[in-house]
Design a binder for this molecule. Sequence first.
Ligand SMILES: NC(=O)c1ccc[n+]([C@@H]2O[C@H](COP(=O)([O-])OP(=O)(O)OC[C@H]3O[C@@H](n4cnc5c(N)ncnc54)[C@H](OP(=O)(O)O)[C@@H]3O)[C@@H](O)[C@H]2O)c1
Length: 501
Amino acid sequence: MKAVVCKAFGIPKSLVMEEISSPIAKPDEVVINVFACGVNFPDLLIIQNKYQFKPDLPFSPGGEVSGIIETVGDKVNHLKAGDRVVALCGWGGFAEQVVVKANRVFPMPPEMDFINGACTLYTYGTSYHALKDRAQLKSGETLLVLGAAGGVGLAAVELGKVMGATVIAAASSKEKLNTCKEKGADHLINYSEEDLRARLKEITQEKGVDVIYDAVGGKLAEQALRSIAWKGRYLVVGFTTGEIPQFPANLPLLKGCSIVGVFWGSFAEREPQQSLQNLGELLSWMKSGKIKQHIHKVYSLEEAPQALEDLMNRKVIGKAVVKIRSWKEEAVPSPKVDSVKERKIDQIIAKPLKIKLTDIKKQVGQTLGVSDWFTVTQDIINEFAHATQDNQWIHVDVDRAKAQMPGGKTIAHGYLTMSLAAKFFYELIEIEGARTAINYGLNKARFPVAVQSGSRIRMTGKIVNVEDMPNNGIKLFVECTIQIEGEEKPAFVGELLTALY
Ligand SMILES: NC(=O)c1ccc[n+]([C@@H]2O[C@H](COP(=O)([O-])OP(=O)(O)OC[C@H]3O[C@@H](n4cnc5c(N)ncnc54)[C@H](OP(=O)(O)O)[C@@H]3O)[C@@H](O)[C@H]2O)c1
């Protein structure tokens, strides 16, 4: 197969195009026929032996791909040959085939094309994790993005707007800043011509910026930190300038601010449920058109070194993508991702308690642990309101809620919170030997505290009773408590009734 290969560490021009042997999948791996590969800054670092991961020479760079599965290893049961997928391979993507651990491969949403599939996970995944989980960016706050027209930077600009922030985009040229403006940035700073601190003072009327997203490091870092607001959050994302900033410790003291590290790859591995939840939220924004990748240019496989060269020379705005093979979209099979398969992936990751149907009666009193967190977004509330025709303003009118509701936010329908008990149930328990599990009722349902839009909730469970049913069925009673993050009283308490056959 054809591949662009790094045979000796160096600059992009030292990469060579070669014919190499095709990879073979180990039991927990899959081989993907690569259609497209995103170009990310770590590809530049990895070929120069400056990245935290150091593959043995020779290797192909290219860490994020889209394509179709060719073969799967013996132990892989949630993916199959022919599936359209996106994958975080780390390296190996500038080649016609790549081998990847199956847990780093995800079904590509049917509405996504291969070019977008190859350059979306990494940038939006990183920036959403940074803004949501690390900075806890709130609507109405100010967000400064340094290197705002780069891959992760432009994603941060878009997401900042979707999350309700006032976004200040800072970049090195007018052309780059124009793209940031198109993506919704409220204020623009050209840091190759303007004084960053003076402009920030002027824009924030001396208050300072609440959240700083820094993917560049270098000289701008300290200037930005000196312009942070009281209780601000400074996100350490990357150092494209090649200079890791050193901050005087009196700055966070004086500003009462936090310097917060962001490591998306580690987050996705350590907190897979939360990461999947984030990706689900990003996908729903992509589907509704709220966010859309900016594709700078599509390069051929032969041009992959040039793509990296352009990235190195700060010529790329948004994302560069390498198209590995030609295809006609209509000729590529486009299987719908069915919900059963999605749930199966969730189950593998959440590791629910496995109980045999034949042993279930011995399990009365068994605690089922706790599910992962789930964010009740305004989008989810709107979808529920639409489906149930319950459109009361307290649920759907964000502006009126801001003015009239305690806390200034809409609240989720109680029945929406309750309905999520079934989703959480599958994260807590897996009954081996049951052909069907029907969640058909709820006992003693109560809603002590309302769930505000944007809150994170999770569920604990306990088996409290088991009864026989006609036709060899078993009725399972699980006491469920849905908690809200940071809130003492629960959002929902009730007994979920499940018929098992
Ligand atoms: N922490 C994490 O989890 C995580 C995840 C993904 C990426 N990252 C890091 O985030 C950084 C950005 O990645 P990316 O893929 O978005 O890169 P990118 O598309 O190349 O964007 C980086 C931006 O940095 C600016 N820059 C300043 N000095 C530069 C230089 N000497 N060379 C190249 N660019 C320079 C450029 O903007 P101007 O020309 O406007 O200054 C450029 O647009 C990288 O350091 C990457 O390793 C971190």
